[in-house]
Design a protein around this ligand. Structure first.
Ligand code: ATP
Ligand code: MG
Length: 350
């Protein structure tokens, strides 16, 4: 087999953790015969310097043509006014409606025991750039009054619910739908109604419904009981940070942004400009995001070797983390980005 991934190395720590991720993927490719190759696609500040845009048209075209994409963090604060946010462009043009964020405890003695995945609707909800009003879902009728509009559709709710139920059917068979339909009766009511409709297609998956404030508390009290969580955009944003923190922190939290035709591996964390260029960033989140991408592409192609490689990367990361000598400074250790990647690659080879 062969597979080419488009790699957008991003800003800040992006290039460092991308290199670490590619070295792990190369080791997995050797071990499992994946025939992986990588296409470096310019983005962000490097693309701005070279081509005059943070997301040049050629980059957009190559991203649209790619089967799988790795998108490293971006430092959009540094972009001049009017330059595109590549992450938003990618999400919109590829219709990446599912933001998939697993939280798994991997550090012995750190964080809580948990193994859950949040399916967050990624195209609508409360965020202004995703609303029905051109450009903004917020407006100020007067200088002292601001209004926000939240968009929920049956179609978008059903498709995120379907993705969540499909995942639960492969996992432990429980979907928790998080909502606030007791107060937001129409919008969250519509979301819940869509989830219940989809639940009818999955008789072997159990559906439970939890109000978002109770969910925030339950995650702290007993995160281990959750399997797949499905929710609207803003609740998913907040709860996935909470779950990520319970599992050991930002440096370990992976994500996949997925649509019907494309999938993008993207760490939850940002470009960490405060530690960029020092070789000490934790590459785990991006490595695990890339593993999620392989998993997804394997399922789409019916290619079991990709899923095996993804599982092996996941296990190799957990094994490397078991030795504190491999920990980067964010985990209290003294290891480096490249040394961590080498430890994971050695686990994969051995
Ligand atoms: P953004 O708006 O891009 O999300 P942010 O303010 O949330 O920015 P992050 O870049 O997510 O910032 O980082 C928050 C803190 O966590 C910073 O101190 C950063 O150094 C640290 N951090 C984030 N990612 C990593 C990583 N992979 N390894 C080590 N430290 C990290
Ligand atoms: Mg952030």
């Amino acid at each position: 087999m062969s597979l080419t991934l488009a790699v957008l190395k991003g800003d800040g720590i992006g290039p460092e953790i991308s290199e670490a991720t590619l070295s792990v993927l190369a080791a997995a490719s050797d071990r499992f015969g994946l025939g992986l190759s990588f296409e470096d696609v310019p983005v962000g500040l490097a693309a701005l310097a070279a081509a005059g845009s943070t997301y040049p048209a050629e980059t957009a075209a190559r991203v649209e043509a790619a089967e799988g994409i790795i998108l490293a963090p971006l430092d959009t604060y540094q972009y001049p006014e009017g330059q595109p946010n590549p992450s938003a462009q990618v999400r919109r043009t590829l219709d990446l409606y599912a933001n998939i964020r697993p939280s798994v405890s991997r550090l012995p003695g750190v964080g809580r025991r948990l193994d859950l995945v949040i399916y967050r609707e990624n195209t609508e909800g409360f965020y202004s750039d995703r609303s029905m009003f051109a450009g903004s879902g917020e407006f100020m009728p007067t200088a002292d009054l601001a209004l926000s509009v939240r968009k929920i559709t049956r179609q978008a709710s059903e498709r995120i619910a379907r993705a969540a139920f499909e995942a639960a059917a492969r996992r432990r068979g429980l979907v928790t739908a998080v909502h606030k339909a007791n107060v937001l009766r129409q919008s969250d009511g519509l979301f819940l109604d869509a989830v219940r409709t989809v639940a009818g297609e999955f008789p072997d998956v159990r559906l439970e419904e939890v109000i978002v404030d109770a969910m925030a508390a339950l995650l702290v009290r007993d995160a281990a009981r959750f399997d797949v969580v499905v929710t609207t955009n803003m609740y998913g944003d907040i709860l996935s940070d909470e779950a990520g923190e319970l599992a050991g922190g930002l440096g370990l939290a992976p994500a996949l942004n997925a649509g019907d035709d494309h999938a993008v591996a993207q760490a939850v964390h940002g470009s960490a400009p405060d530690i960029a260029g020092r070789g000490i960033a934790n590459p785990v989140a991006l490595i695990l995001s890339a593993a999620l991408l392989l998993q997804r592409l394997g399922a789409r192609r019916g290619e079991p070797r990709l899923a095996e490689a993804a599982d092996a990367i996941d296990r190799a990361v957990t094994a490397a983390l078991a030795d504190p000598a491999n920990h980067t400074p964010d985990l209290g250790g003294r290891s480096t980005t490249s040394a961590f990647a080498a430890a994971v690659a050695a686990e994969l080879a051995g």
